[in-house]
Write a protein that binds this ligand. Structure first.
Ligand SMILES: [Zn+2]
Length: 290
């Protein structure tokens, strides 16, 4: 290479590097609050109105953002058919855990819910069902006494009235540690209620959303007759970080994701959010033709 060509190549290299740095710094520019959201998966900047219209699924890569419990009811059930149960139940602080009451108050304010689970009855495709949803935004959707009690009451009512049950989990928090053993007890309580419901011939469809972990996954969420999941959801007991630290081995990116669980036979179907309502209707019609 001639001396002049070397110089040109050097300059071009400098330009390329500088351009790359500028492009990267532009990517890092903060997105103003309230108007835009940066996709967690592909970094696309999405206009919030478009994101909401797309049911909080990234239009570019299909990443499924958290969906609040009320919105979930709205997109799942027939319009205005939902009647809420057990709204009056509220959390106590049985262990006097420091800061727990403040956490509950803050979560109430942020979410407009009074606990991490909303339960009730409604119609889907004209069919009567009992529906329970855990909301990740309320202390990670974790299961304390109230969540456990609401789910158990719902299952018992579904059993009594012989109505299909649909539970939608979004519980990264698993069992709620601030309630200690009272929280762990809810795993056995909800599981026992579901076992009874299934023994009586009831149909239970469980829908897992990102993330469903710990005590929720190890109790009612994994006990569906049919288990559906949203794409890319993290589903498991201990999280990948804890497992990695324990076994001291590399863990693949796909580990504990919906698609991986499907290929290992742990779940029955991965369904896009937009297809969830028609899929639920189809399953109910297939399994309960009347
Ligand atoms: Zn995206």
């Amino acid at each position: 290479m001639k001396e002049s060509e070397k110089r040109t190549e050097k300059k071009l290299g400098w330009f390329r590097e500088t351009y790359k740095k500028i492009a990267e710094s532009r990517k890092k520019i903060e997105v103003p609050d309230g108007l835009w959201t940066r996709c967690t998966n592909c970094s696309e900047i999405i206009y919030n109105k478009n994101l909401e219209e797309n049911l909080r699924v990234c239009p570019k890569c299909g990443y499924h953002f958290h969906l609040r419990a009320r919105k979930r009811i709205e997109i799942t059930l027939d319009a205005n058919s939902f009647v809420e149960h057990d709204f009056e139940l509220s959390s106590d602080n049985p262990l006097d855990f420091p800061g727990y009451e403040e956490k509950i108050s803050a979560s109430k304010e942020i979410t407009g819910l009074n606990e991490a689970a909303v339960t009730g009855e409604g119609k889907i495709g004209g069919r009567y069902i009992f529906l329970g949803i855990t909301d990740f935004e309320f202390i990670g959707g974790s299961m304390g006494s109230v969540v456990g009690e609401r789910i158990t009451c719902l299952v018992e009512k579904a059993l009594k009235e012989k109505v299909p049950l649909v539970l939608i989990s979004g519980s990264g928090g698993g069992a709620r540690m601030q309630e200690g053993v009272f929280s762990l007890m809810q795993m056995a309580k909800t599981s026992a209620a579901i076992a009874e419901f299934k023994r009586s011939g009831g149909l239970y469809v469980s829908l897992l959303t990102h993330p469903t972990m710990g005590g929720v996954m190890a109790s009612f969420a994994s006990r569906g007759d049919i288990i559906l999941a949203e794409p890319g959801a993290l589903l498991g007991f201990a999280g990948p970080r804890v497992i990695k630290q324990t076994i001291k081995q590399h863990i693949p990116q796909s580990f504990q994701r919906s698609e991986s669980l499907l290929s290992h036979g742990m779940i029955d179907l991965v369904v896009n959010r937009k297809e969830m309502r028609p899929t639920l209707i189809k399953i109910l019609n297939l399994l309960l033709p009347e």
